[in-house]
Design a protein around this ligand. Sequence first.
Ligand code: DHB
Ligand code: MG
Length: 237
Amino acid sequence: MSQGKIGLGYLKLNFKMKSPLEDIKNYFDRRFSREEPALTAIRSSSDQAGLPPIHIPIYLGKLLYILAKMQNAKKILEIGTLAGYSTAWLAQSLPSHGKLITLEINPTYAALAQDHLQQAHLAHLVEIRVGHAVDLLAQLAHQQEGPFDLVFIDADKENHALYLDWSLNLTQTGSVILIDNLLPKGDSVGQPAHQEAEAVYSFNDYLAQHPQLEVSVIPVITRDIQRMDGLGLIYVK
Ligand code: DHB
Ligand code: MG
């Protein structure tokens, strides 16, 4: 629900406006937002632990899972673990000999994610590395731990470009890179209202003309139905 305000002299009325996106999201959710109980448990536990409610929507988790399967991904890299919700979706797509490495800066989040993956019986497929993503990415490249078939970038948005550049060191022709949150918050699209938004808009321009990449975007209705966002879908040439 979005908030509305009408000023009528001294009388101010607050009311809830129904977002036109709400019916659409509910309609799709009722049909396509299905997940394993273990994944529902991760979302509840994450909320209970007081983590920011910023994990991907259910249907986007399913989309990551399907894309990873279509890609026949055996090695996946994730930047930004949070409580391991998207990690679990991606891990579910892997064959038994597959491997997912996920990078998380916050040790508390990483520990919680580890518990969640254990409870979901996915921990054997996943390695959580704790630290600054740039350091961990440099280490991955130095130790030649690539190439990854699929990379999912969902960390601090100011560093999208840095993470993309490192991802290109860790992928090969045919790899797929997915990037969450290509549309920043703000009233007017394309007009940055804050520093993070400015970084994302500049990044999108960089992405759009990148000679090594084929890029498209999947428009996404956010989990809280407040606005639209975008998932970048990138093919490495
Ligand atoms: C928010 C949403 C995200 O998908 C994310 O990765 C970080 C923050 C948000 O809505 O604030
Ligand atoms: Mg995100």
